[in-house]
Design a protein around this ligand. Structure first.
Ligand code: G4P
Length: 204
């Protein structure tokens, strides 16, 4: 998604070769128009899949799952990281190791909101180590629902997340795929493909 790549170039702060800060438009202050556009993009990519529910994890996946839910005309559910007193005991549970916070936590989804009749699209802001997303895949499988795929806003393709999910047979669509980065420099997958196409053309 070109607009997203442009915003990452303009506003993203690359804190190291692994951590990208995008909190001016994605995961602290949120550009609502951009968020809605990501939802429309996922709806286009997964059109015809008869998705009944979008699933994400709190906190930073919520705005994108909501955007995808709006575009698809279905509800979204977010996995909770802390058990609320109002929550029932009938929950699906998975253990997740957080990349940014360095802690392990349990995520839960109430069994009433995911079941065998559902076709689920998982949406999240980052695909990095895959820990959070593997937890969500596990929850979908516990529920007996069908997993249509995973939609990510930003994928850091140089981390292990994509490989882990693909090993589980999960279809992934990321709107911006970062192949490498370091302070002051970011490279996207498509850009590399077009550079490759260009060099092929030049050789012809
Ligand atoms: P994932 O690949 O399945 O998403 O799992 P991983 O554990 O690697 O990453 C999940 C957490 O790390 C998420 O936040 C995600 O937003 C964050 N994250 C991963 N890479 C980056 C990065 O380069 N920049 C930023 N800003 N965040 C990154 P979380 O801490 O688990 O929760 P929350 O912030 O959504 O509450």
């Amino acid at each position: 998604m070109k607009e997203l790549e442009q915003r990452i170039r303009q506003e993203g702060a690359i804190l190291s070769d692994k951590v990208l800060k995008v909190d001016s438009f994605l995961n602290h202050q949120v550009d609502t128009e951009l968020a809605l556009a990501t939802g429309r993009e996922f709806a286009k990519v997964f059109a015809g899949e008869k998705i009944t529910k979008v699933l994400t994890i709190e906190a930073s996946g919520i705005q994108f799952a909501m955007a995808a839910g709006i575009a698809l005309g279905v509800p979204f559910v977010y996995a909770k990281k802390k058990k609320a007193v109002t929550q029932s005991d009938n929950v699906y549970t998975a253990t997740v190791q957080s990349f940014t916070r360095g802690e392990t936590y349990q995520v839960t989804v109430d069994q009433r909101y995911l079941g065998v009749d559902d076709k689920v699209l998982i949406v999240d802001d980052f695909l990095a180590t895959g820990a959070a997303l593997v937890g969500l895949v596990d929850i979908v499988r516990q529920s007996g629902a069908e997993l249509v795929g995973v939609g990510c806003i930003i994928e850091k393709s140089f981390q292990e997340g994509r490989g882990l999910l693909e090993e589980k047979g999960v279809k992934i669509h990321s709107l911006a795929r970062i192949t490498s980065m370091k302070p002051g420099e970011v490279h996207f997958a498509e850009e590399e493909q077009s550079e490759h196409k260009l060099s092929i053309k030049e050789r012809v």
